[in-house]
Design a protein around this ligand. Structure first.
Ligand SMILES: [Zn+2]
Length: 339
């Protein structure tokens, strides 16, 4: 035995140039687990819920398997099932029956918030309210326009603050402005504080890019713009500095949490934003990203569960403190720990 080992040794140190076999630590699951650098739990996943005012609009969402537009009543049943699946964070999207130019009608979503709140305490579930105008406005834009067709920023900020106050008064745990209008975080923070909601956090969509990946969502939220697009207020995909500046400003204006969107195409920004602001930065795995994985799986090109986990780990590796995903309710089935 000794002889053979000796024979295997190189005769001279000159020849000692071992191949760096990185595969050694990839060989078994225990070894892969040993050197894994990312991990997360179900408590770091956020599940979107779409709430419709008109029961006739309640149906499955094209492209997002496992997600449906819910009536207030079916949202209760969904909440029960999701809590059972270990979801603790929810992001609510109101889908009103009627659209208006200025005077919006959020009563149905406020009643839904109150309904859900009575079912789940703040310790059981966190309800974030997506706060934007595009599902309310007749033209489907995230801002209001004046008579000349220009953005009416003061009126936009007033309208956003009005919605946020209604949501907070109804029992929302947090406000999540997704509109990308200048000054919204400051306007919301001031309004919330003045109304006694100073402990209601703001999760700002701080780096939200104009993207082709929002398609299934726009169908679900009935929020596609009727004219033009959103490039006048969302960030250009080429504008990294803008994304960093937008996030820094949200932090300066009092945001508690920041977010990049779409998640996978913003991987280069998550950690830099967190480092620059000192805030936790989440990633929104948007509807097009989720739908793409579902379509790959449907065509037999990928295993959906494995692809979903892979995408979450990539976002986490990129620095995401939390992940908003249409598959949050699958977390337990995928083997994620509760916390
Ligand atoms: Zn919007």
């Amino acid at each position: 035995m000794l002889e053979r080992n000796r024979a295997a040794l190189p005769s001279s140190l000159d020849t000692l140039a071992p191949t760096r076999r990185l595969q050694r630590l990839r060989r078994t699951a225990p070894l892969r687990d040993l050197v894994a650098e990312t991990g997360f739990t179900r408590s770091q996943l956020v599940q979107p819920l779409f709430i419709v005012e008109d029961p006739a609009d309640a149906r499955d969402i094209a492209g997002l398997p496992g997600n449906a537009r819910l009536t207030p009543e079916s949202a209760l049943a969904r909440l029960d099932a999701d809590l059972e699946s270990g979801v603790r964070q929810f992001l609510l999207f109101p889908v009103p029956a009627r659209k208006h130019a200025r005077d919006f009608e959020p009563a149905f979503i406020c009643e839904t918030i109150a309904l859900l709140r009575r079912r789940a305490t703040r310790e059981d579930a966190t309800f974030w309210l997506d706060t934007c105008l595009c599902s309310y406005t007749a033209d489907g834009h995230c801002c209001l326009h004046d008579a000349r067709g220009e953005q009416d920023l003061p009126a936009t900020l007033d309208a956003l603050a009005g919605l946020a106050l209604d949501y907070a008064a109804a029992g929302a745990d947090g406000i999540a402005p997704s509109d990308m209008n200048d000054g919204r975080v400051a306007a919301l923070r001031l309004a919330l504080d003045a109304a006694g909601h100073d402990l209601v956090p703001i999760m700002s969509y701080s780096a939200k890019f104009a993207s082709q990946l929002y398609g299934p969502f726009r169908g679900a939220a009935n929020s596609a713009p009727k004219h033009g697009d959103r490039r006048r207020y969302q960030i250009d995909v080429r504008a990294r500095r803008d994304a960093l500046a937008s996030s820094q400003r949200c932090a300066d204006e009092g945001a508690d949490l920041l977010m990049v969107k779409p998640g996978m195409s913003s991987l280069d920004l998550i950690q830099p934003i967190a480092d620059a602001t000192g805030l936790a930065v989440g990633a929104y795995q948007v509807s097009g990203e989720y739908a793409a994985l579902a379509l790959l799986a449907r065509e037999g090109f990928a295993d959906f569960d494995a692809a979903l986990l892979e995408s979450w780990h990539a976002l986490r590796r990129g620095g995401a403190a939390f992940i908003i995903t249409y598959g949050a309710r699958l977390g337990r089935a995928l083997g994620l720990a509760a916390r």
